[in-house]
Design a protein around this ligand. Structure first.
Ligand SMILES: [Zn+2]
Length: 66
């Protein structure tokens, strides 16, 4: 079976679509982390946030690939 679902990662603060991916990998997580750090620095702490902290700040939507 082919994968037809994609994940859309949307910032909870600004509603900006950050990445659309089949699977979350380090590269995508880095994009999300960078966005939070640059656009919402008041929410970011020093150092690299834990994955759970990053994911708590974004909304993950599942979309069907057309
Ligand atoms: Zn944002």
């Amino acid at each position: 079976m082919s994968e037809t679902r994609l994940f859309e990662i949307v910032c909870k603060w600004c509603g900006c679509l950050l990445v659309t991916v089949e699977r979350l990998r380090d590269a995508e997580i880095a994009v999300i982390t960078d966005h939070l750090r640059v656009c919402h620095p008041f929410e970011s702490r020093e150092g690299t946030p834990m994955l759970g902290e990053v994911m708590a700040r974004v909304t993950c939507r599942t979309v069907e690939r057309v």
